[in-house]
Design a protein. Structure first.
Length: 98
């Protein structure tokens, strides 16, 4: 099967699944993490501006996350989960680059 045919089949299966139709597709369910961005930032001891800069997002984005207007997703969610487990991870990684 060509790459195009494989992608086409996958899209057709996704469409069928979204309509509640049975398919032979393997479905993976991913549990989203509940992330309290304010608490994570507080663990680091950084100001909003410092924290936003350290993780490479705009301060406005951080404020939206902290106030619940937006939710971090994708790589940002993973990075925040890492920081929640080890608040110094970003500073340690960046300081070792010199």
């Amino acid at each position: 099967m060509s790459a195009f045919e494989s992608i086409k089949q996958g899209l057709e299966e996704a469409k069928a699944f979204s309509k509640g139709q049975g398919t032979d597709a393997l479905v993976h369910e991913i549990e989203l993490l509940e992330i309290n961005v304010s608490a994570i930032r507080a663990q680091t001891g950084l100001s909003q501006a410092e924290f936003a800069r350290s993780i490479g997002v705009a301060k406005g984005t951080l404020l939206n996350w902290e106030h619940g207007r937006r939710t971090p997703n994708g790589p940002a969610q993973v990075l925040l989960a890492l920081i929640a487990r080890k608040p110094t991870v970003v500073q340690e990684l960046l300081s070792n680059q010199n």
